[in-house]
Design a protein around this ligand. Structure first.
Ligand SMILES: Cc1cc2nc3c(=O)[nH]c(=O)nc-3n(C[C@H](O)[C@H](O)[C@H](O)COP(=O)(O)OP(=O)(O)OC[C@H]3O[C@@H](n4cnc5c(N)ncnc54)[C@H](O)[C@@H]3O)c2cc1C
Length: 374
C-alpha cells in the first residue's frame, strides 16, 4: 500500500496548484485525476490577474498574449454597458492552463495517478483512498479538489448533493479574427448568459450557462443557438460570422451553486468542491487557486508546528476560507439572479450606465486582491 503525506483528489486548477505548492515544501504528494491531460473543459477561460504573482512563485509561466481590460454586458434585447476592469485579466484555454500546471507538478516529482478516486475513509488520524481499480493509498491529509459535483459527494453524503442542480454549461472555440483581444463580453439570453473572449491561440471562446428549463424546450445545441441565443443581437452577429473550431461543442450538466462546507469528514475542500461562484463574475479560477493556497499553507503550518489538534486545523481552514470567499459567493448569487430577470437587468443597466463608480464597485466585490506568492 503506497503512503503519502498528502493525497489530492482531482487534478484541475485547485488540485494541481495545491500539489505544486506542497511539493515545493518537500512533502510526498499524490494527485488522483480521472481524465488524461491535456483536455478541454467547459469554462469561460477569462482569468483574473489576481493569480499572477502566486503562479510565478509556483514556477508556472503563463502565456499572456491575450490581455483583457474591458468588459461589455448586453441584455436579452441588446441594451449594453461597457466598463473597464479594475484589475483586468487574460484569456487562456483550460487545455493549456491545466496542462502547464500538470507538467510543472510532474517536473517537481508529484505523483499523478490517472484514476478515479472512488472513496475516502478516515480512521485513527489517517486517510485511506480507494481508486476504481481497487488500489488503496494512505495519507495523513486529503485535499478534495474534484470540481463542482461528483460521485465522491454522494459517497461522503454531502448535503448539497440531495438538491437539484438545474444548470448546464456549453462551450466551443470559434474563429473570428475581428473579435477584440482586450474584451470579455457577457451577453444575456432567455434562461442564461454567455461569455465571449479570446484565448492564447487566437480562438474566441464562447461559453454559456443555461437553465435546463430553458434548454429543454429546444431539440439540441444548434436549435438552442438559433432559436434562443441568436435573439440577442450581439450573439446573433457572433454566430453568423464566427466559424466553430470544435467538431462538437462541449457540455456539462448538473452545475451546482449551492452552499457547500469547506471541510467534510476531515477533508479540506478547495476550488469548486468547496463552492462555485456564478461564472458571470469571472473569478472561479482565481478562487480555486487561492483556496488551494490556503489549504496548502494550513497543512504546512500544522506539520511545521508539530500540531496534533486536527480540529483546530479544520476550524482555522474553514474560517479562512469563509473570510476570503463567502462574500464573493453571495454577491455572485445576487448578480446572477438580477441578470436573469429581464426587467431587473434592463433597469439595472440604465442605472449602471450612468455610474462607472458603481460598476467598478460591483466588479471589485466579485473579485479578490492580488494573491501574493510566498
Ligand atoms: C459555464 C462556466 C463558465 C465559467 N467561466 C469562468 C471564467 O471565465 N473565469 C473563471 O475564473 N472561472 C470560470 N468558471 C469557473 C471555473 O471553471 C471553476 O471555478 C474552476 O474550473 C475550478 O477549478 P477546480 O480545480 O476546482 O475544478 P475542476 O477544474 O473542475 O477540476 C476538478 C478535476 O477533478 C477531476 N475529478 C473529479 N472527480 C474525480 C475523482 N473522483 N477522482 C479523480 N479525479 C476526479 C476532474 O476530472 C477534474 O479534472 C466557469 C464555470 C462554468 C460552469
Amino acid at each position: 500500500m503506497d503512503s503519502f503525506d498528502i493525497i489530492i483528489v482531482g487534478g484541475g486548477l485547485a488540485g494541481l496548484t495545491a500539489a505544486i505548492h506542497l511539493k515545493l515544501k518537500n512533502y510526498k504528494v499524490a494527485v488522483f485525476e480521472a481524465r488524461q491531460y491535456p483536455h478541454h473543459k467547459v469554462c469561460g477561460e477569462y482569468i483574473s490577474n489576481e493569480v499572477l504573482p502566486y503562479m510565478e512563485f509556483l514556477g508556472v509561466s503563463l502565456p499572456r498574449t491575450v490581455q483583457i481590460n474591458e468588459m461589455l454586458f448586453s441584455t436579452v434585447n441588446g441594451k449594453t454597458l461597457k466598463a473597464q476592469l479594475p484589475l483586468g485579466g487574460f484569456g487562456l484555454s483550460r487545455y493549456t492552463f491545466d496542462y502547464l500546471l500538470y507538467r510543472r507538478a510532474i517536473a517537481l516529482g508529484v505523483l499523478v495517478i490517472q484514476e478515479n478516486a472512488t472513496s475516502v475513509g478516515f480512521e485513527s488520524d489517517n486517510f485511506s483512498v480507494l481508486t476504481e481499480s481497487g488500489t488503496e493509498y494512505t495519507s495523513k491529509f486529503v485535499i478534495g479538489a474534484y470540481g463542482k459535483r461528483g460521485m465522491l459527494d454522494k459517497e461522503l453524503q454531502r448535503e448539497f448533493i440531495q438538491k437539484k442542480s438545474p444548470w448546464l454549461g456549453i462551450k466551443a472555440h470559434y474563429k473570428l479574427d475581428s473579435f477584440p483581444n482586450n474584451l470579455v463580453a457577457i451577453h444575456n439570453f432567455r434562461g442564461g448568459y454567455g461569455g465571449l473572449s479570446k484565448t492564447e491561440s487566437g480562438a474566441v471562446n464562447f461559453c454559456y450557462l443555461v437553465s435546463y428549463e430553458s434548454f429543454k424546450k429546444e431539440k439540441d445545441v444548434d436549435c438552442f443557438n438559433k432559436n434562443v441565443i441568436a435573439k440577442n443581437p450581439y450573439l446573433n452577429l457572433f454566430l453568423n460570422n464566427a466559424e466553430m473550431l470544435f467538431a462538437q461543442p462541449q457540455a456539462i450538466g448538473q452545475i451546482s451553486f449551492y452552499k457547500k462546507k469547506p471541510v467534510e469528514k476531515h477533508i479540506l475542500m478547495c476550488g469548486d468542491t468547496a463552492g462555485l461562484i456564478h461564472p458571470l463574475c469571472g473569478n472561479g479560477m482565481a478562487m480555486a487557486i487561492h483556496g488551494a493556497k490556503i489549504a496548502s499553507e494550513s497543512i504546512h503550518d500544522y506539520i511545521k508546528n508539530n500540531s496534533v489538534d486536527r480540529h483546530k486545523l479544520e476550524r482555522d481552514y474553514e474560517r479562512q476560507w469563509k473570510q476570503m470567499f463567502s462574500r464573493r459567493l453571495w454577491m455572485g448569487r445576487q448578480l446572477q439572479s438580477a441578470l436573469l430577470n429581464e426587467k431587473i437587468s434592463n433597469m439595472a443597466m440604465g442605472i449602471l450606465a450612468k455610474s462607472p463608480y458603481l460598476v467598478n464597485k460591483l466588479i471589485k466585490s466579485t473579485h479578490g486582491q492580488i494573491i501574493e506568492g510566498q
